[in-house]
Write a protein that binds this ligand. Structure first.
Ligand SMILES: [Zn+2]
Length: 267
């Protein structure tokens, strides 16, 4: 399984930098139809956003947005608290991204399998068992989370329960592929894929490019950078596999008064 590390360094929770020793894993889903992992990693990478999770999972990507390694796991902010404390202090968190329609069976099967694989990987890393993997609504019942329904507003539409999920994690741990699978890779930015980027300007003079990048960063686009190519200093933000996501960022930036166009590859 490929895990892309893309830390949300501008996020308040990231900046707080608190650490935990994970004793289990909490599964969430985003309740935001059609917004995929790479998009969330960008949306939550802003000052003033307190909520944060360790992983976003969709049908194609697993993105680690807070450090989550043995001996170096940051405290996320994903489940509030209940009568018996807060799962934020003890649980690794993963958000399953929801498709446009919760009934989408093809998407569900893919994101479910990926979440199982990730949960199995985490239980190997941290040494907790499938019984320590719960969803947000189970966390509420256990008294360590706020009153949310996820993921039980979604799984039953596809005849799945959290017990099925735990059983599938157990199967994955026992399977022949256990051990060779589930290796975290430090994700390269592109992984050899063609990525779409949103360009907001191209200047002969580097000072102008730097000024525009500063403005973008001040507006919360921490990943904005200046790239020298073809005699220009180009200011770009984002790195997307899907054109639709690049379009979203482009529209968002235009709304804030930037002029944008989308480039791909090494443009
Ligand atoms: Zn939740």
């Amino acid at each position: 399984m490929r895990i892309t590390k893309q830390y949300i360094t501008q996020n308040d929770c990231y900046k707080a930098g608190r650490k935990i020793t994970p004793k289990g894993c909490m599964i969430h889903s985003t309740a935001t139809p059609g917004v995929m992992a790479e998009d969330f990693a960008l949306r939550w990478n802003k000052p003033g956003i307190e909520k944060a999770v360790h992983f976003f999972v969709d049908d194609e990507d697993v993105i680690e947005t807070l450090p989550c390694e043995k001996g170096n796991t940051w405290r996320a902010w994903h489940c509030g608290r209940g009568d018996r404390g807060s799962g934020n202090d003890t649980m690794v968190s993963l958000e399953m991204c929801e498709p446009e329609s919760l009934g989408d069976r093809t998407y569900f099967q893919k994101v479910y399998d990926r979440a199982v694989e990730l949960a199995a990987y985490l239980s190997r890393v941290f040494g907790f068992g499938p019984e320590n993997i719960i969803c947000h609504s189970e966390g509420y019942i256990a008294g360590i989370a706020s009153n949310h329904a996820d993921v039980m507003h979604w799984f039953p539409l596809h005849d799945r329960t959290m017990d099925d999920f735990r059983r599938d994690v157990e199967r994955s741990l026992a399977g022949p592929e256990a051990g060779e699978d589930g290796t975290a890779e430090g994700g390269t930015e592109s992984g050899g894929r063609l990525l779409y980027r949103v360009q907001t300007g191209a200047f002969r003079d580097k000072v102008n490019a730097d000024a525009l990048r500063q403005r973008l960063r001040a507006d919360g686009y921490a990943d904005a950078y200046v790239k020298a190519a073809d005699g220009y200093y180009k200011v770009q933000a984002g790195a997307f596999r899907s054109l639709a996501n690049a379009d979203r960022l482009s529209a968002e930036l235009e709304e804030k008064g930037y002029e944008t166009y989308i480039v791909n590859g090494n443009a």
